[in-house]
Design a protein around this ligand. Structure first.
Ligand code: ZN
Length: 436
């Protein structure tokens, strides 16, 4: 399958952080990677291919280097599994006139709210069922894969000024509707713990009473697709940052059988959109612990982690803002990456990105070797801009690295747009990085 078709299919499968990790897990297993659990005893040999999952929502795949870890170091591509969305609160059902049922939701991350109106929406996430003891609930991933909800916008007749700016309240304006029901249907659903628990129970073939908890989010039920006269763009939800996670995955899988002195890692963290401060986020010790553990398991000394890190490099891959033809004034006059112009190095004088001159030079050289053009992103000097995984990781372990990504439009919209050739170019550069 062509790499771009694979990307579109992976995006459609990966409807939330949990489903993204499930997609990556499946691909890794098919390529012969085996799972290592944190609670088990590890044994590692050069060339071994493994992955470790954290919280069902972050995943770390690695191929043990051919040389001593302290000599070979680590080559890491990092990305994130999460995207802005709406999460269901507990007891989410709100019953209105005529039996209309809407859902009480909370905003996750910083999405562009009005892009979520009037679209077919579905629900995915994880459900926790009663297990053998209180500490071992059974986890089930779920993706309804059908349009069961929509957030209807208010008619313009009730708000004539809507096109002049329309502040939105998540609590009031963004509640999705799932349908209208008779009194009997409502009573039946309430007896099973509510409509959502009833739907989950039916889907999973369990009793509503066995559902202890859930983490569910809404997602736009719309296929990823190619757009443009020559199909030069692709559009989907969650391009930030699953396109980078999948470019890293594709590169690792393509190079998995190429012997390499360095230990190669694909690190897909969760919770970047809310500051990375969870046990599965980039501000946690999860990746550093994994690297230290590899060295310990392979008989290294305590000094070896420092030697290894000094020889390591990280590509923190998170999408960048493409120049938008309608808003030239928002962009830096000389450094505004365009869709189709190749991977983007992100630079910030106040060090919001981990990129420095040296790491930018390394990345540029890799691009040259891969035969790929690269571009720079620097904020317009009067715009604050965002930050990403790179710097957060540098606070956990001492490593050189670059912040990069592909240029996309409408970051954090329910449907983002990116470039086909940029995706292929990112895979080429990551392959060069993972080649050894
Ligand atoms: Zn991102």
């Amino acid at each position: 399958m062509k790499q771009i078709e694979k990307l579109l299919e992976w995006l459609d499968r990966s409807t939330c952080n949990f489903m993204a990790v499930a997609t990556i897990r499946r691909e890794l297993e098919e390529a012969g990677f085996r799972e290592l659990k944190q609670e088990d005893k590890w044994e590692l040999n050069p060339g071994d291919k493994y992955f470790m999952v954290k919280n069902d929502s972050a995943i770390f795949a690695f191929i043990v280097g051919e040389s001593d870890l302290s000599e070979g170091g680590f080559r890491i591509v990092s990305a994130h599994s999460d995207s802005p969305c709406f999460k269901l609160k507990p007891n989410p059902e709100i019953i209105g006139d005529g039996g209309v049922v809407s859902l009480n939701v909370e905003k996750y991350g910083g999405g562009i709210l009005y892009t979520w109106f009037d679209r077919p929406l579905s629900i995915s996430g994880r459900v926790l069922l009663r297990g053998s003891d209180p500490f071992s609930p059974v986890t089930k991933l779920i993706d309804l894969q059908r349009p069961i909800a929509t957030i209807p916008h208010l008619a313009i007749h009730f708000n004539r000024g809507v096109n002049e700016g329309n502040p939105l309240s998540v609590q009031k304006d963004m509640k999705p509707v799932i349908g209208y029901f008779s009194r009997e249907e409502i009573e039946e659903a309430l007896a099973e713990g509510g409509f959502i628990k009833k739907i989950l129970a039916e889907e999973l073939g369990v009793r509503g009473a066995d559902i202890l908890d859930y983490e569910l989010n809404l997602y736009p039920f719309e296929r990823a697709d190619l757009v443009g006269v020559s199909e030069e763009y692709f559009q989907s939800a969650r391009i930030d940052d699953l396109s980078m996670a999948f470019a890293g995955l594709e590169a690792l899988l393509c190079e998995a059988d190429t012997p390499c002195d360095a230990t190669r890692i694909l690190a897909v963290f969760d919770n970047e959109e809310t500051g990375s401060g969870t046990k599965q986020g980039a501000a946690s010790p999860v990746l550093r612990d994994m690297m230290e553990r590899m060295i310990a398991v392979m008989g290294g000394e305590s000094e070896d982690i420092y030697r290894a890190l000094a020889r390591s490099f990280m590509i923190s891959a998170d999408d960048a803002h493409a120049w938008h033809p309608n808003y030239n004034e928002k962009y830096d006059p000389t450094n505004h990456p365009v869709i189709g112009g190749g991977p983007v190095v992100k630079i910030n004088a106040n060090c919001k990105y981990m990129t420095d001159g040296l790491s930018a030079a390394v990345f540029r050289s890799l691009c040259e070797q891969a035969g790929v053009e690269c571009q720079y992103f620097v904020n317009h000097a009067d715009v604050a801009g965002g930050s990403t995984l790179g710097n957060i990781s540098s606070s956990q372990f001492d490593i050189k690295g670059v912040d990069m990504g592909n240029a996309i439009w409408a970051m954090h919209s329910a449907r983002e747009t990116a470039g086909v050739t940029d995706h292929l170019d990112a895979i080429k550069v990551f392959r060069k990085f993972f080649e050894g």
